[in-house]
Design a protein around this ligand. Structure first.
Ligand code: NDP
Ligand code: 2IT
Length: 449
């Protein structure tokens, strides 16, 4: 690849996911760098790929039996050129520096695309909330915030949820911040409605991903009505992606978790989705239970011996990967294409491996990369911050309308930037270029800091 990439790769050689995310952007912006020597002179790419600050800390907590545990906490403050650091917290045993740096790096570009004044960051812990009691989760969140509170602030860094961090965790984290600091401010988004949350924030990532898909389809005179869709995951993003697809007349036939997936050929109905939400959000159960409840659905457990995931090998026009990074590889992409698949909208961050992305681009299907397609979540987080600052609340309709407008403008920015740099119809190039130029110009304005 390029000189810049080689330098980053040799310095962070053990950070596989981070290098994957950086490599894609470096590739996309080559033409921009050639046309704009000022970016090269100011070493903008090198600076964007280096976090402004990385905070790592010990999180000691006690389980219900009185045993002490030590987890590792992180906050990556990646880039503040266009606003306070903004991005989620992930609690998952796989969390490490590479994963959080890739997420923080992508967040910088995503946030720039939202049109809102938010910089990029990400954080989390290798803590696994699965199988823990509410009291254990609370003690962990309190221990995590006891340190994180020193580093965040409503004008500095505003975390939110991600995998393993939902309304329950945000509540415990907020409570601890408020107690330690004795101030009630919008230092987190994804808050509950009673105490500063925004309407539509829980729905925003899933709804936004479907709005982005609708925008892509509209370029070909199509819509979602009657289309069969594969959705992966069964958490926040997957649930509201499914809800919006159903509302727009599409059919969803799959959902998954880390243990396996269900295929429901008849289609997931509103009633079945209600059951799923109860199952996942209240009972915290497994997706296999969906097939126990609805006998028409088939459950397939994960088979690690396979070189592909059979989830992506069902006949469908549209796919909405909404679980995690690198969940869809080249074999899966080929299976999806062989079955007539023509649209992918990524609710998850970086769910497709680079060779899978190449296949989608080579076949010229409608492929919306995560940093564009899933930006609705952080966009409504930005709107939550605005409402907190005003100490006012917009209605559901107002927030939804703003979300739609933002997704439309992200789509337009992708199309326009791709075309300007000779990659017509390539949303990956478009998203990376549009985000990059905005951040790069802001960094130039600020001088060498
Ligand atoms: P949740 O924790 O609500 O749900 C995550 C879902 O993905 C669960 O079904 C989970 O299964 C599955 N999953 C997680 N890790 C793995 C894994 N290693 N292999 C297979 N399945 C896995 O998280 P969200 O729905 O919030 O996040 C999903 C994706 O969307 C992530 O990539 C996240 O970064 C991205 N995203 C989220 C946003 C948000 O606003 N929440 C905004 C933009 C992007 P299990 O329960 O078995 O772990
Ligand atoms: O990946 C993401 O954009 C998120 N997890 C949401 C971040 C946010 O600040 O709302």
């Amino acid at each position: 690849m390029s000189n810049v990439y080689d330098k980053i790769a040799s310095r962070d050689s053990n950070e596989k996911e981070f290098l994957q995310a950086v490599g894609e952007v470096v590739d996309s912006v080559k033409g921009v760098m050639d046309k704009n020597p000022q970016y090269r002179d100011a070493k903008i790419l090198e600076r964007i790929a280096e976090p402004e600050r990385v905070i790592m800390f010990r999180v000691p907590w006690m389980d219900d039996k009185g045993e002490v545990h030590v987890n590792r906490g992180f906050r990556i403050e990646m880039n503040s050129a266009i606003g306070p650091y903004k991005g989620g917290l992930r609690f998952h045993p796989s969390v490490n520096l590479s994963i959080l740096k890739f997420l923080a790096f992508e967040q910088v570009f995503k946030n720039a695309l939202t049109t809102l004044p938010i910089g990029g960051g990400k954080g989390g812990s290798d803590f696994d909330p699965k199988g823990k009691s509410d009291a254990e989760v609370m003690r962990f969140c309190q221990a995590f915030m006891a340190e994180l509170q020193r580093h965040i602030g409503h004008n500095t860094d505003v975390p939110a949820g991600d995998i393993g961090v939902g309304a329950r965790e945000i509540g415990f984290l907020f409570g601890m911040y408020k107690k330690i600091r004795n101030e009630f401010v919008g230092i987190l988004t994804g808050k509950s409605l009673n105490w500063g949350g925004s309407l539509i924030r829980p729905e925003a990532t899933g709804y936004g991903s479907v709005y982005f898909a609708s925008e892509m389809l509209a370029t070909r005179g199509e819509d979602l009505k009657g289309k069969t869709c594969i959705v992966s995951g069964s958490g926040n993003v997957a649930q509201y992606t499914t809800e919006k697809i159903l509302e727009l007349g599409g059919k969803v036939v799959t959902l998954s978790d880390s243990a396996g997936y269900i295929y429901d050929e008849a289609g997931i109905t509103t009633e079945k989705l209600q059951y799923l939400m109860q199952l996942k959000n209240i009972r915290r159960g497994r997706i296999s239970e969906y097939a126990d409840k609805y006998s028409e659905a088939v459950y397939t457990p994960v088979d690690t011996a396979l070189d592909h995931n059979p989830l992506w090998n069902h006949k469908a026009e549209c796919a909405f990967p909404s679980a995690t990074q690198n969940e869809l590889n080249a074999k899966d992409a080929q299976n999806f294409l062989n079955n007539g698949g023509s649209l992918v909208s990524e609710g998850a961050n970086m769910p497709t491996t680079p060779d899978g992305v190449d296949l989608f681009l080579d076949n010229k299907i409608l492929y919306g990369p995560g940093k564009a397609a899933n930006a609705g979540g952080v966009a409504v987080s930005g709107l939550e911050m605005s409402q907190n600052s005003m100490r006012l609340k917009w209605t559901r309709e107002e927030v939804d309308a703003k979300l739609k407008t933002i997704m439309k403008s992200i789509h337009t920015a992708c199309i326009d930037s791709a075309e300007e740099y000779g990659s017509k119809g390539n949303y990956v190039a478009g998203a990376n270029i549009a985000g990059f130029v905005k951040i790069a110009d802001s960094m130039l304005d600020h001088g060498l800091v």
